[in-house]
Design a protein around this ligand. Structure first.
Ligand code: GLV
Ligand code: MN
Ligand code: MN
Length: 393
């Protein structure tokens, strides 16, 4: 299955994946998902938010769901997301090979636009499903080319009018387990190929607009400049410093410069802050401190600074009872928290959810270099199959 997905949405220059929600690459991944479901005699459906569900047994009450996502960050690796979906199908195969007949309905799910790479909102599909986002607001989000989520869904044959909370579907789920590649080196040195997540740090994305004045690079005296790049650069440095001081993380990984000319001062710079912290108070303090630093520097530079929150996700502690059940079934896995966001974290506010992490030998993720060893992936499949057997009977 990894081999089948490998060519889809892969940039030949970077070797990274560009599988953004509702693009041709995403649609090809969706087709692959439907094919995997059909090959196993599982019924496949898309919900109103574009999340895909493959059912073993009738989609009834008390269901156990497992899966992850198929979309990627720009130039992402082949494991973040797909490993959880592939492992879910493999776990179904494993359970069938063992002759297990689940007492509960079992669903394999692929959530839409988890990375938020196209419309700026992380966990878009799961947050629409749970009602964490206003569908009208979400459908009006636009990508870099100005295409709205509503238009993108329509052009892919999905009905945007169906987007929004789906409490009936949620109520049918008794538990959700997401297997994911570990995105740090937390399991390296533990001797264990698979770990169990304790929780997810609160995190979010903030768009910074620095507005200055375009002018000639060769004739404008330094004292006369209103250079938004200068304010942006100082804000990046301030973010790094304040993150270090508060034991948190802050990243500007995306920037758009207008007009982006070598010999002109920019008129505006847009930069996106990704910030994460062990607890909500630390995150709030960090985000406020960075905004203050940007505003103060903007005043000195004659640059206007406007900040908009685009995607904010509270911290999550995964269900203690479910963790205990999985530990009993799997036999003492190492436990670890993560700063990476996941659909399991969104669902955790509505039903018992858990995550299994597969060891990442380098810790690298959100990069074409992302990797897991086949033997560890297989250990992940067995752990997931054991988890499903324990939960679904
Ligand atoms: C998702 O991978 C995120 O944490 O940004
Ligand atoms: Mn990711
Ligand atoms: Mn992921």
């Amino acid at each position: 299955m990894l081999d089948e997905l490998r060519p889809i949405g892969r940039d030949p220059g970077t070797g990274g994946y560009r599988r953004f929600g509702w693009t041709a690459a995403d649609l090809a991944c969706r087709e692959w998902f439907a094919g995997q479901a059909a090959a196993r005699g599982m019924t496949c459906e898309a919900d109103g938010n574009g999340n895909l569900w493959a059912w073993w047994g009738d989609p009834g009450e008390g269901a156990v769901a497992t899966g992850s996502h198929l979309d990627s960050v720009p130039d992402g690796g082949g494991y973040d997301g797909p490993l959880g979906v592939i492992s879910a199908f493999c776990a179904v195969d494993e359970l069938r090979a063992r002759g297990v007949r689940p007492a509960r309905p079992l669903a394999v799910v692929a959530f839409a636009e988890e990375e938020g790479a196209r419309f700026g909102v992380a966990c878009l599909g799961s947050r629409l499903l749970t009602g964490a986002l206003d569908p009208a607001w979400a459908l009006a989000r636009t990508d870099a080319a100005g295409i709205s989520l509503a238009a993108a869904m329509r052009s892919a044959g999905a009905d945007p009018a169906a987007a929004g909370p789906d409490p009936e579907r949620l109520a049918r789920l008794a538990a959700f387990v997401e297997l994911h590649l570990e995105q740090g080196r937390g399991l390296v040195g533990s001797g264990a190929p698979v770990g169990l997540a304790t929780g997810i740090w609160p995190h979010g994305r903030w768009r910074y607009r620095f507005a200055g004045e375009a002018n000639h690079a060769g004739t404008t005296r330094l004292a006369d400049r209103r250079d938004p790049m200068l304010t942006f650069a100082n804000t990046v440095l301030a973010a790094r410093k304040k993150a270090r001081q508060s034991g948190a993380l802050a990243t500007f990984g995306r920037v758009v410069v207008a007009p982006n000319a070598t010999n002109a001062l920019p008129s505006a710079v847009d930069g996106w802050l990704d910030a994460r912290a062990p607890d909500g108070a630390t995150l709030d303090g960090l985000v406020a401190a960075i905004e203050r630093a940007a505003a103060e520097r903007g005043q000195r530079d004659g640059v206007q600074v406007a900040v908009t929150a685009e995607s904010v996700t509270p911290g999550v502690t995964f269900d203690a009872g479910l963790r205990q059940r999985l530990q009993a079934a799997l036999g003492g896995l190492p436990e670890l928290a993560t700063g990476a966001g996941h659909d399991a974290g969104v669902l955790a506010g509505h039903l018992p959810a858990a995550m299994l992490f597969v060891r990442n030998p380098t810790g690298v993720s959100h990069s074409p270099a992302e990797h897991a060893d086949d033997a560890d992936c297989l250990a992940g499949v067995l752990a997931l199959a054991d988890s499903l057997a324990a939960l679904a009977g």
